[in-house]
Every structure is written in structure tokens, then in C-alpha cells.
Design a protein around this ligand. Structure first.
Ligand code: 6PG
Length: 472
């Protein structure tokens, strides 16, 4: 029997769909799962009649693969990934390539690339985005590692990836853990946009008294605009329209208001703090999830801490697409992207990833969770100025900010007046206001630091480092 082109370890939903995608694109495959029963279920189910075979153990798995072997691991990030690497390493030979397609922490990938590339076989850390459907129909993929390793799988990945008007949604990201770093930041932006849409929903529901279908109608309208047309707005509309078949009540209203997380949003924020990148919108979305998980405490506090009464606010009407609220959503979404891109730029300099910003925007245009029409504008912005420090000052984005800032301010002020939490809207407003302020009050912070700790300061009227004897 001829040897297979491609091997997959880990038959979770992403693994299953990626191997079906590879097979559909002409790559005969072998699959291995820790429990063989799962392999059998897959082969007799979705894998039936396809050029996909199973293997009971890793020896059989590698024997069934043509050389050089191309093996994709879709296993849980962390210890499980290390365990699979350890088990399969003895079977791999010169030229073989092991790809980690899970949501690994980029520092783990840095370590693994360094360790494994010295062992003669190649190692790629690849972010894969798009959920189950994307994996099957065409995901966005962010592979990092050596260029030689990437070259060995490029033709396969370009066939498997989502396709947009200017090419497949995959590109060589850079060395080491850069692929997983870019995926991590993708997820940070994803957290931001999810929270932004949740805040808009909350205001429409609790302040404007709109029902699920009415809010869904607004999402549908927003999804038709250049600024907000995106996968996340599209699925928000779908979620809000879904009714429980037993009683016709919106399913969203029956969901416990506690958001989980698997780590990537946290890693984005930790990296930003380490690199000195400002990501308040993304941080606010992470904190929103943390706060949401404190359900018992919040319920108790609700009866003790009284906010102002919730009254009606002018957030626009259906006819104007909730104009001020749309301003808030657009600018907060832009802030989330701007902060993510800024973090990528800083990481690229710090870790020498040499990230190609227009290419990253391009591969996020299709297949992935944060795909949106805005990404074409982001791509243009970095094409226009490859050294762009912040998306906000690109002419197209600056026009959006200048036009929509009053709307965002109105929404944040109104929310504060009625005691509604809008962490992403308010942190985006502060982010934009801080960024557009040439002189911030940190001169006073510097004075205090120098006063109590002789930390010294610089002056705006002369060069040098100064200390003042503040308390005579
Ligand atoms: C994607 C997603 C996916 C991620 C989930 C869950 O790009 O397909 O980012 O990889 O794992 O969205 O993330 P949280 O559980 O942390 O929300």
C-alpha cells in the first residue's frame, strides 16, 4: 500500500476537520489518537470512503507516512503537547517535520523549536484559527519556525487555507514562536471584539429596552457596513436570533453570565505588559471575563451597592443604526485591532521576528474568527507606511476617530450616568484620548517620584537629568 502524504495526531474536532480538509485537497492521510476507539469512530464516520487510514500506535503511524514526514499535532496545549513530542521524537528522521497546530504558549514554542530543530527534524509552531468550520473549509494559519521547515509544507498549507481575493490565508510568519505569538494576539483582539459586542447588546437590552430580534436587526445592519462587516458581528446576530425550541425564549437569555477562557487572552496581556505595549481594550475584555466569573460575589454586591437608576439614554434609533452606539463599537473595535497590531510590532522588534504587518492583516481576512472588512484597511495602512506606529494615525483610521469620537464619548458618559459597566468602550475612549494628547499629566507623577525617591526627571526646557529638593 502506498504511503500517505500527511499525518495527524489528535482527533478532537479541530484535528478531525483539518485532516478532512487535507484529504479533500489531495493529501492522503494517516491519523493517530491516544485512544484507538476514537480513531475507529472517526474512520467509520466522517472519514469513511476517504483516503484516510488509522494507526494503533506511533510506530505504525510513522511507518505509514511517506518521507519526509509531515505530521500535524492537534493536542491540548502544554504538558500534553510536550508528552506527544517526547513520544514521537524517537521515530522521526532527518527532514521530517512536526507541526504543533494547537493554541500553545509562544514561549513553549520558542523552547521546543530551539530543542527540536537541533535534533535534525523540523518543528513548526502554527496558530490555526477558524473554529471547527474553518478547520474543515479553510482556516487562517500562522506558521512559525525556520523558513526551510515552512517551505516544506507551504504547498499543502496554501491549499488547505481559506482563500481571499489576494491569496490564501497562510504565510510564513517568522522564526521561533512567532506563529503562536501572532495567534495569541489574534485571540486577544478576538476577546476585545467579543466584549465590545456584548457591551453594545447590554446597552440595547437594559437601557433601550430592545428585545433579541431588535438587537439582532441592528447587528445585521452593522454587518452590512464597511466598518463593522465581520464574522463576529455576523454570529452575534445569529446567536441573538436563536430561540429555545421548548418555550421560544432567546437562548442567549438562558446562558449563565460567566465567560471562560483558555489562556490566550491572558498571554496577550502578559506579553503586552512585558513589552510595554498599551492594550487597555484587550485587558478590559479579559477583566470582563474575570469579573463575570465572580457571579456569587456580584449577586451579593448587587443588593448592597446602589448605582444610579437606569433610565433611557439616547443611543440612536433603528433608523440611524443606533448611530452613537455604532460609533462606540467601531472605535472600540479599531482600538482592539490597533492595540494588537502595536503589540505585534513591539514583539517583532524585541524578539527579532521581522513580522510582515500587511501579510498578517491579509491572512486574517479569511478563515479566522476576527476576519472583517476592516482588515483590508489595516492591510492598506501598513502597505502605505510599513513603519506605522499606530493604526489610529493612518489617514483612513484617523478620519474614523475624528468623526466618531463624540459618539463614543456620549455612550461612555451615558453609561456612567446610569451605572452600566462598559469596560471596553470606556478603556477605548481613554486609550484614544491618551494617545491623542501631546502633554499628559505624568510630569506630576515624575515630580512625586523625584520628591519621595530622588528618581530624577527630565525637563522640556533643557537637556539633562534633574533632581529637586521638593520639601524644604
Ligand atoms: C480561533 C479561536 C480559538 C480559541 C477559542 C477559545 O481562532 O479559532 O481563537 O482558537 O481557542 O476562541 O478561546 P477562549 O476559550 O480563550 O475564549
Amino acid at each position: 500500500m502506498s504511503k500517505a502524504h500527511f499525518g495527524l495526531i489528535g482527533l478532537g474536532v479541530m484535528g478531525e476537520n483539518l485532516v478532512l480538509n487535507a484529504e479533500r485537497n489531495g493529501f492522503s492521510s494517516v491519523v493517530y489518537n491516544r485512544t484507538f476507539a476514537k480513531t475507529e469512530t472517526f474512520l467509520n464516520g466522517p472519514g469513511i470512503g476517504k483516503s484516510i487510514r488509522g494507526a494503533k500506535n506511533l510506530q505504525e503511524f510513522v511507518d505509514k507516512l511517506e518521507r519526509p514526514r509531515r505530521i500535524l499535532m492537534m493536542v491540548k496545549a502544554g504538558a500534553a503537547t510536550d508528552a506527544v513530542i517526547e513520544q514521537i521524537s524517537p521515530f522521526l528522521q532527518e527532514g521530517d517535520l512536526l507541526i504543533d497546530g494547537g493554541n500553545s504558549a509562544f514561549k513553549d514554542t520558542e523552547r521546543r523549536v530551539a530543542q527540536l530543530e537541533s535534533k535534525s527534524f523540523g518543528y513548526i509552531g502554527m496558530g490555526v484559527s477558524g473554529g471547527a468550520k474553518g478547520a474543515l473549509e479553510g482556516p487562517s494559519m500562522m506558521p512559525g519556525g525556520t523558513k526551510a521547515s515552512y517551505d516544506a509544507i507551504e504547498s499543502m498549507l496554501t491549499k488547505m487555507a481559506a482563500q481571499v481575493e489576494d491569496g490564501p490565508c497562510v504565510t510564513y510568519i517568522g522564526p521561533g514562536g512567532s506563529g503562536h505569538f501572532v495567534k495569541t494576539v489574534h485571540n486577544g483582539i478576538e476577546y476585545g471584539i467579543e466584549q465590545i459586542l456584548a457591551e453594545a447588546y447590554d446597552l440595547m437590552k437594559r437601557v433601550c429596552g430592545m428585545n433579541g430580534d431588535q438587537i439582532a436587526d441592528i447587528m445585521g445592519y452593522w454587518n452590512s457596513t464597511e466598518e463593522l462587516s465581520s464574522y463576529l458581528v455576523e454570529i452575534t446576530e445569529a446567536c441573538l436570533r436563536t430561540k429555545d425550541s421548548t418555550d421560544g425564549i432567546n437562548v442567549v437569555e438562558k446562558i449563565m453570565d460567566k465567560a471562560g477562557q483558555k489562556g490566550t487572552g491572558l498571554w496577550t496581556v502578559v506579553s503586552a505588559l512585558e513589552l510595554g505595549a498599551s492594550v487597555p481594550t484587550i485587558y478590559a475584555s479579559l477583566n470582563g471575563r474575570v469579573m463575570s466569573s465572580m457571579k456569587t460575589q456580584r449577586l451579593k454586591a448587587e443588593s448592597i451597592l446602589k448605582g444610579p437608576p437606569v433610565k433611557t439614554l439616547d443611543l440612536g434609533s433603528f433608523d440611524d443604526g443606533m448611530a452613537p452606539l455604532m460609533d462606540a463599537v467601531v472605535l472600540s473595535t479599531i482600538s482592539s485591532y490597533a492595540q494588537g497590531m502595536e503589540l505585534l510590532r513591539k514583539a517583532s522588534n524585541e524578539y527579532n521576528y521581522k513580522l510582515n504587518m500587511p501579510s498578517i492583516a491579509q491572512i486574517w481576512k479569511g478563515g479566522c474568527i476576527i476576519r472583517s472588512r476592516l482588515l483590508s484597511r489595516i492591510q492598506d495602512a501598513y502597505r502605505l507606511d510599513s513603519k506605522l506606529t499606530n493604526l489610529l494615525i493612518d489617514p483612513w483610521f484617523a478620519e474614523q476617530v475624528n468623526r466618531r469620537l463624540p459618539g463614543l464619548a456620549k455612550v461612555v458618559a451615558g453609561a456612567a450616568e446610569v451605572g452600566m459597566p462598559v469596560p471596553c468602550f470606556s478603556s477605548s475612549l481613554d486609550y484614544i484620548n491618551s494617545y491623542r494628547t501631546g502633554r499628559l499629566p505624568q510630569n506630576l507623577v515624575q515630580a512625586m517620584r523625584d520628591c519621595f525617591g530622588s528618581h530624577t526627571y527630565e525637563r522640556i526646557d533643557m537637556d539633562g537629568v534633574f533632581h529637586t529638593d521638593w520639601i524644604k
